[in-house]
Design a protein around this ligand. Structure first.
Ligand SMILES: O=c1[nH]cnc2c1ncn2[C@@H]1O[C@H](CO)[C@@H](O)[C@H]1O
Length: 533
């Protein structure tokens, strides 16, 4: 054996050892179909890296695979890879916020259906101020409808006076784009655009200001009971169409958050009632269409925001237990949400949170913590240190865990205690934790053998509806990650859901069937797209 041959053997061994913790390297029995489909995906990825990503586009002068999502999106949707991934069975969606789940144009259409929805602005809108002024929406009770209303763009518009939404839209001044200008104005307030993410709001703190404002603008629409019902339905259906068969979104609970048809505010128990009903309806509908295996169901991770004090948190914990007793099949866990860099850390709530297990025991219920932690660029900051508390308090999974890779001992614990990480690649990039997918820490987690579920977080705000975009960004930003690793993450999303063992098994069985069909499809596409294959 020559020195070079010997060296090559050593090299192979080292590579194998280094990759041995990855889940895709632990799959021992790859089926022929899996191996073939994986090769096809790799070939298409390589071909598109030159045929699509090395071109210059008028509006995107220097594209590359895994680039800033909001800039690259229009290229992504033209790729074969995207088309293929949109057909992939994704398993479960484990990290998402209900308030950010429905495409804003659909939300706007829903809002326009109800004459009770009114809109106002702090001043008359002009071409100069429109980008800096956000709309405020509110469903009004009939007796509070304004007698007459001037459009928001009239010079004599009374600041902060309510205008019926249809009137506001129809009377939007042609200089501001007419009705379509109104739609653009609302859309801008409910989404983050590339010039904000990559220009004017280029730090985590600045972009969170905009991010938070989108929920304030949308809140009175999404929490209006008649809209909420259609909103949840749309969320489930659009998830199903993207290959997601089960969802576990966080729902923000703050007392009296649901607005009834008559404009009165009620306790969020009403949301549970609506959610429960919609699950049943969607299941029945899928059954009627002969597609029942594609929707296993949905639960809710009870969440409140990290600006409440300990006394309020105590109330939320009690409230969560009460809802768990009434809707045991719906409440999946408990979490605290909001910008970790700026709001209270978990240690601030430790004394109260540590009482939660005893409270549950007394009530005879079980509600795991499923904490957001480490969604930060910090190193030793309170947000980064939330990871210690989340793990010490027994979190079932970690939401984001962006800074987890800085903690060797915590990585070890995640493996030992089987704590999966909910990774939201596009959210992290738009909220300025990483400049592109290429600098995202996901490969570090995968190479350490940590279980990961890919998630979309707030797709209505970021534009990454479904899970296909997140899978796409991950696939094109790594040479190692291929179809097998994507499949492992989809499986992990089911394994680390809060579904009970028998339901999990059932869900995995259904996923496996869909996966086989998907592999056949990929192979067929391969024959067409790569005839020399
Ligand atoms: O990525 C996230 N990390 C922490 N909190 C979030 C994230 N996305 C949304 N929210 C929070 O959830 C609520 C909307 O339901 C908002 O309060 C928002 O701050």
């Amino acid at each position: 054996m020559t020195a070079l041959e010997q060296y090559k053997i050593q090299r192979e061994e080292l590579i194998k050892l280094d990759r041995s913790l990855r889940r895709d390297h632990q799959v021992t029995s790859l089926s022929a179909a899996e191996a073939e489909a994986d090769q096809i995906i790799r070939k298409i990825r390589a071909a598109e890296a030159t045929s699509i990503w090395s071109l210059d586009y008028p509006s995107i002068p220097h594209p590359f695979p895994g680039m800033e999502f909001l800039t690259g999106r229009e290229i992504i949707v033209k790729t074969k890879l995207f088309e293929i991934l949109s057909r992939m069975p994704k398993g479960a969606l484990l990290h998402a916020h209900l308030d950010g789940m429905v495409n804003v144009s659909i939300l706007l259409k829903l809002a326009l259906k109800y004459p009770s929805i009114h809109v106002r602005a702090p001043k008359s809108l002009t071409t100069q101020n429109i980008d800096a002024v956000a709309p405020e929406f509110l469903p009004l009770p009939k007796n509070e409808y304004p007698k007459s209303a001037l459009g928001l763009t009239e010079t004599s518009y009374q600041p902060n006076s309510w205008v019926p939404i249809q009137v506001a839209r129809e009377q939007f001044h042609p200089d501001l784009g007419g009705p379509q200008g109104f739609d653009r104005w609302v859309t801008r307030a409910l989404t983050i655009n590339p010039s904000e993410a990559y220009g004017t709001h280029n730090t985590s703190v600045k972009i969170w200001k905009k991010f938070g404002s989108t929920f304030l603008v949308g809140g009175n629409l999404t929490r209006y009971a008649p809209i909420l019902e259609d909103y949840i339905k749309e969320f489930f259906h659009s998830s199903i169409e993207d290959g997601i068969s089960y969802v576990e979104p966080r729902v923000n609970f703050m007392s009296k958050t649901v607005i009834m048809a008559d404009g009165t505010r009620v306790h969020h128990r009403e949301l549970m009632v609506i959610y429960d009903r919609v699950i049943r309806e969607v299941k029945e509908e899928m059954k009627r269409r002969g597609r029942e295996g594609e929707f296993i169901g949905a639960r809710i991770i009870y969440s409140t925001v990290r600006f409440c004090d300990n006394k309020e948190l105590e109330w939320y914990l009690q409230d969560c237990i009460a809802l768990k007793k009434e809707f045991p099949h719906l409440i999946a866990g408990f979490d605290l949400v909001g910008h970790e860099d700026e709001l209270y850390p978990l240690i601030y709530y430790a004394e109260t949170l540590l009482r939660f297990p005893a409270m549950q025991k007394e009530a005879g219920v079980e509600i795991p913590f499923i904490f957001h932690a480490g969604e930060t660029l910090g190193d030793g900051t309170v947000a980064d240190m939330n990871l210690y508390d989340a793990i010490l308090m027994g979190t079932k999974r970690i939401g984001h865990g962006f800074s987890l890779v800085k903690h060797p001992e915590l990585l070890k614990i995640c493996k030992e205690r089987d704590i999966a990480v909910e990774v939201c690649p596009i959210s992290n990039e738009i909220l300025r934790l990483t400049s592109s997918m290429l600098t995202h820490p996901l490969p570090i987690l995968l190479n350490h053998g940590i279980h990961v579920a890919l998630c979309s977080d707030d797709p209505s705000v970021f534009g990454n509806m479904g899970l296909t975009f997140d899978y796409f960004q991950v696939l094109v930003a790594s040479e190692q990650t291929g179809l097998i690793q994507l499949g492992e993450m989809a499986k992990d999303s089911i394994k680390y859901s809060t579904l009970e063992a028998h339901l999990r098994e059932e869900a995995l069985g259904l996923w496996q069937k869909q996966w086989h069909k998907f592999l056949e499809y990929v192979i067929a596409v391969g024959k067409e797209a790569l005839p020399s294959n």
